[in-house]
Design a protein around this ligand. Structure first.
Ligand code: HEM
Ligand code: ZN
Length: 187
């Protein structure tokens, strides 16, 4: 996993807790003197151990932590890569472009990234069916990233995680149902 993902987790932990909490996590789960460089690769297990420990600290299931992390990560990644968002006019086109535009761009910018396979089918104006496959099985993180994108475009969204690799499936299937938020309405 790229250092930029670890740095995103660090920023989230520091924002929601403080730097000493992050330092304790690092002491327990990373080699001494570890410094995450955005473009470098680090072991996936190190990220999983850190995320698992965050789950213990806040006493929530790992899936919830990964969703929260994913949502934060969307803002973090798009802030670091300002050129990405200008290419999309709305939520739907961003989702349809994750694999062919966003991650294709990532594959040019980063050396040997480990990206998931994401394939989307547009059903109609309000529904997209997403297929996710990766041996890292970070589908809950994907849910969070999708929520992050929805909040950026001010969309109401629900995600129906119909099939899941964590339940022995070959790939995850996520049905995204969305609509623009009505102005002035509090959700
Ligand atoms: C990795 C999904 C948008 C850059 C990942 C991963 C997931 C994911 C689930 C974890 C790796 C895995 O599952 O195997 C998504 C979704 C997005 C999205 C659903 C939008 C809703 C973005 C954006 C960027 C980005 C906007 C901006 C540059 C990356 C990078 C990695 C990554 C750098 C790490 C690759 C590595 O560690 O080698 N993405 N992503 N993604 N994504 Fe995305
Ligand atoms: Zn899944």
């Amino acid at each position: 996993m790229k250092g930029i993902i670890f740095r995103g987790l660090e920023e989230l932990v520091v924002k929601t807790h403080d730097i000493t909490v992050w330092e304790k996590l690092m002491e327990k789960h990373a080699p001494a003197e570890r410094v995450y460089v955005s473009a470098k690769n680090y072991p996936d297990d190190e990220l999983f151990a850190l995320a698992q420990e965050v789950a213990v600290v806040v006493d929530k299931p790992l899936s919830d932590i990964l969703r929260t992390f994913g949502e934060f990560l969307f803002a973090y990644l798009t802030q670091k890569h300002g050129e990405i968002l200008v290419q999309f006019e709305d939520f739907s086109s961003l989702i349809m472009g994750i694999d062919t535009v966003i991650h294709a761009e990532v594959a040019k910018l980063y050396h040997e990234p480990n990206l998931p396979q994401i394939h989307c089918e547009k059903i109609d104006e309000r529904n997209i069916l997403m297929f996710y496959r990766s041996n890292r099985k970070l589908c809950f993180c994907a849910e969070g990233l999708i929520n992050g994108a929805a909040s950026y475009y001010q969309m109401n969204i629900s995600i129906d995680h119909q099939k899941c690799m964590h339940e022995g499936e070959q790939e995850c299937t996520l049905l995204l149902t969305f609509e623009e938020k009505e102005h002035g309405k509090i959700n």
